[in-house]
Design a protein around this ligand. Structure first.
Ligand code: PLP
Length: 421
C-alpha cells in the first residue's frame, strides 16, 4: 500500500476538511528547494514549507551542527537550569533584533509566541495595578490557533465555533497610504471608551490574509499613538522575521519599535519547532518584584530545547552571510521583473511585493479553499511546483537559496496557469 493510502487510516491533517480532501501527497525526501514524493515526482518548494526552510531543506551547515549538539546535550529543564545553546542564541538574536529588545523568552510555535506576547502585555499592566482588558488588532490579521492568538486573529473562517470564548478585541483597518487619519481617529475613540492593554499586529505584510501589504508611514503613526497611551505594542513577526522583507525584521523598516516581538517559523529553519517572544527592558522590569506572583508563570516543557537553539544559531549565521544577503537581493530583483511582466496581464488584478514576498491577485473570483482554487493548486503540483494559492491570490515565498533556473520555472508555471484558468 502506498504511503498516501496508509495515511488515510489514522491521520488527521491540519486545516483540512477530510471529506473534501482525502488525499495527501507523501513526501519522502527534501533537499535544497526540491521535495520528492513517493512516486519519484519532484516539486519546487516555492513557499519554503510555510516560510520555514529559508536556507533550503536539509542544509548540511545546519544539520551537521545539530547532529554534533545531539551527541552532547539533548534536552534539559529550562527552569533553574540553563545551557550554552540558549545563551548563544540570545546573544545572536539581541545583536540583530531592533535595538530596544533586550530579553528572550522561549516557547514552541508561532501561536504560543503570540500567546506569550499577549500574556506579557496583560500582566505588564496588571502588575502595576492597572486594569486593562481590551486588545486592538488589524482586520484580517492571523496570529495562530490557540485561544489568545485566535482572539486577535481577524480571519473568521477559522474561528466560528470559538468566538464566544475570546478575549475582547477591537479591530482597525490596515493603513493603505490614504486612511491613516481615519485610523488614528478610530484609535483615539477606542482608547477613550476602553481600557486598552495592547496592539497586536503583523508588521507590513499579513501572511494568511493572502500577503496583504500595508503602508510603513501609517503603521508608524499607529505605533506612535500606542506609545503615547502606554498601549503595549506586540509585533507578530512569525512570518516576516529573518530577512523576508529585505531587512532582518519587518520592524526595522519602521521608526517605532515594538515593546514585544514574536518569532517562529524561519527561526529554526524548518528543522525543529521553537518560538521566541522578545521584549524590551521596560516590559521585563515590570515583572521584577519580591512578590513571586508578579513573575511570569508561563512555561513549556521543551522551552529552549538545545537542538532547536543550535538550529536557530546556524540559521542566523547563514542569514548574516554575504552569500544569503546577495541571494535575497537577487530574488527581490527577479520578482520585480516578473511583477512588471504580470502587471499588464489581462487575468491579473494586482501585483505586490515586499522583499522576497511576492503576490498577485487573479481577476477570477475564488473561495479561499474552494473548488477552482483546488484545481489551481493541482495544476501547480502537476507541473512540479508546490504553491498554495490563498483564494485567488498566488504568492511566492521561496527559500533564499532558490536558483534562477528554479525561480524561472516557478514564474513560467504561474504564467501557464494563467492561460489555463
Ligand atoms: C504561522 C503564523 C502564526 C502561527 O504559527 P504556528 O507555528 O503555526 O502556530 C502566527 N502568526 C503569524 C504571522 C504566522 O504567519
Amino acid at each position: 500500500m502506498s504511503l498516501s493510502e496508509r495515511d488515510k487510516k489514522h491521520l488527521w491533517h491540519p486545516l483540512t476538511q477530510h471529506q473534501l480532501h482525502p488525499e495527501s501527497v507523501a513526501i519522502v525526501k527534501a533537499e535544497g528547494c526540491t521535495l520528492y514524493d513517493e512516486d519519484g515526482n519532484k516539486y519546487i518548494d516555492a513557499i519554503a514549507s510555510w516560510y520555514t526552510c529559508m536556507y533550503g531543506h536539509c542544509n548540511p551547515h545546519i544539520t551537521n551542527r545539530v547532529a554534533e549538539q545531539m551527541k552532547t546535550l539533548d534536552q534539559v529543564v529550562f527552569s533553574s537550569l540553563t545551557h550554552e545553546p540558549a545563551i548563544k542564541l540570545s546573544e545572536a538574536l539581541i545583536d540583530i533584533l531592533p535595538k530596544n529588545q533586550n530579553k528572550i523568552f522561549f516557547s514552541d510555535n508561532g501561536s504560543t509566541s503570540v500567546e506569550v506576547g499577549i500574556k506579557m502585555a496583560l500582566q505588564y499592566h496588571f502588575n502595576q495595578g492597572e486594569k486593562r482588558n481590551v486588545i486592538i488588532a488589524f482586520e484580517d490579521g492571523f496570529h495562530g490557533d490557540t485561544f489568545g492568538a485566535m482572539s486577535v486573529s481577524g480571519l473568521s473562517v477559522y474561528n466560528g465555533p470559538f468566538e464566544d470564548f475570546f478575549i475582547e478585541v477591537k479591530r482597525i483597518p490596515t493603513p493603505n497610504g490614504d486612511n491613516h487619519k481615519e485610523i488614528l481617529n478610530q484609535l483615539e475613540q477606542i482608547s477613550k471608551e476602553n481600557n486598552v492593554a495592547a496592539l497586536v499586529y503583523e508588521p507590513l505584510v499579513q501572511g494568511a490574509a493572502a500577503m496583504k501589504m500595508h503602508d510603513v508611514k501609517g503603521l508608524d503613526a499607529i505605533l506612535e499613538f500606542c506609545k503615547s497611551q502606554n498601549i503595549i505594542t506586540v509585533a507578530d513577526e512569525v512570518m516576516t522575521g529573518f530577512g523576508k522583507t529585505g531587512k532582518h525584521f519587518a520592524s526595522l523598516h519602521l521608526k517605532n519599535q515594538p515593546d514585544i516581538l514574536c518569532l517562529s517559523k524561519a527561526l529554526t529553519v524548518g528543522l525543529l519547532p521553537m518560538a521566541i517572544t522578545s521584549c524590551s527592558q521596560k516590559i521585563y522590569d515590570a515583572f521584577l518584584s519580591n512578590d513571586i506572583t508578579k513573575g511570569f508563570f508561563h512555561g513549556h516543557t521543551y522551552s529552549a530545547n538545545p537542538l532547536a537553539c543550535t538550529a536557530a544559531l546556524a540559521g542566523i549565521e547563514l542569514l548574516k552571510s554575504e552569500d544569503i544577503q546577495q541571494n535575497i537581493k537577487r530574488i527581490i530583483t527577479s520578482h520585480q521583473a516578473f511583477g512588471k511582466r504580470m502587471q499588464s496581464h489581462p487575468k491579473v488584478a494586482s501585483v505586490r511585493q515586499t522583499g522576497i514576498i511576492f503576490a498577485l491577485d487573479l481577476n477570477i473570483k475564488m473561495e479561499r479553499y474552494g473548488n477552482l482554487r483546488d484545481q489551481l493548486f493541482k495544476f501547480f503540483m502537476d507541473n512540479g511546483v508546490f504553491l498554495r494559492p490563498l483564494g485567488s491570490t498566488i504568492y511566492i515565498l521561496a527559500p533564499y537559496v532558490i536558483t534562477d533556473k528554479e525561480l524561472d520555472k516557478v514564474y513560467r508555471t504561474i504564467e501557464a496557469a494563467l492561460k489555463e484558468f
